[in-house]
Design a protein around this ligand. Structure first.
Ligand code: CTP
Ligand code: MG
Length: 245
């Protein structure tokens, strides 16, 4: 089985708004619903678990009921850190799944994840036990030690941005979290925890539009992409209706 674990328990402090970013409305839909619906549409995804805040549980459960997202098995309370939220999600699903099932862990703040990226994660994790979405660094990378002047440039040949989903067999990712917990290791993502166990993690090419909404500028960018695509579809549909296609 392939199970998605959607992370929506963050506070969005860098967005500088009372409402966490996953609950902002973009084109009348909450941000979390974009990636949730994309995962739901993928036939190979068998079940979805969502972790969120206390207020989020009601909002997401209502959305799931209203839109009949039948693959969503549970909406549960997350933790103080992303890592804690993932671990709570893994514990919540433990009775329903097997050790060899694949878990796709995804940031709800990456609203524009594509079906292609999800499928490539599944395929990669069928071969290897761990796979994660990355995106090649295109800009010149530099280091500043004082946030004021350049120190040096860095060779970007082997540099990648980490994205999600990150996909692992259940037994591996649970073990990685338990080891991290025991060692008081706090990582920024799940790959970091798995690499500590010297496991190989396969790279899955991501996409630029699978960026993480972090600041208000990102939220505006996301909105402009959504509205732009909607406009494009309107033009395409009207052309089709008028027989130009
Ligand atoms: N996340 C979570 N539980 C947490 C922290 C984060 O489920 N305790 C989720 C977020 O909801 C988001 C993803 O992990 O979908 C990536 O985290 P990030 O972009 O850092 O989101 P926030 O923590 O909400 O933002 P910030 O760091 O600016 O407060
Ligand atoms: Mg955060």
């Amino acid at each position: 089985m392939n199970i998605a674990l959607l992370l929506a328990a963050g506070k969005g402090t860098r967005l500088d708004s009372q409402t966490p970013k996953q609950f902002h409305l973009v084109d009348n839909k909450p941000v979390f619903s974009y990636s949730l619906e994309t995962f739901h549409k993928v036939e190979e995804i068998d079940a979805i678990y969502v972790v969120t805040s206390i207020e989020g549980v009601r909002i997401i459960k209502n959305y799931v009921d209203e839109h009949r997202l039948s693959k969503v098995k549970d909406v549960i309370l997350g933790g103080k850190t992303r890592q804690e939220s993932v671990y709570l999600g893994l514990l919540a699903m433990r009775k329903e799944i097997n050790d060899k099932d694949r878990i796709l862990i995804h940031d709800a703040a990456r609203a524009l994840v594509s079906e292609r990226v999800i499928l490539d994660n599944i395929r990669a994790c069928e071969k290897d036990v761990a796979a994660a979405t990355i995106y090649k660094v295109m800009d010149t990378m530099s280091v500043s030690l004082d946030d004021e002047y350049y120190h040096e440039l860095v060779d970007r040949t082997h540099l990648y941005h980490g994205q999600t989903p990150q996909t692992f067999t259940y037994e591996l990712i649970r073990h990685a979290h338990e080891e991290a917990l025991e060692d008081h290791f706090e990582g920024t993502d799940d790959v970091g925890l798995v690499l500590r166990l010297h496991e190989k993690v396969k790279l899955v090419p991501g996409e630029r539009k699978n960026f993480k909404i972090t600041t208000m500028e990102d939220l505006k960018l996301f909105e402009s992409i959504v509205l732009g695509e909607k406009e494009k579809k309107k033009v395409f549909d009207s052309k089709k209706r008028n027989g130009f296609d």
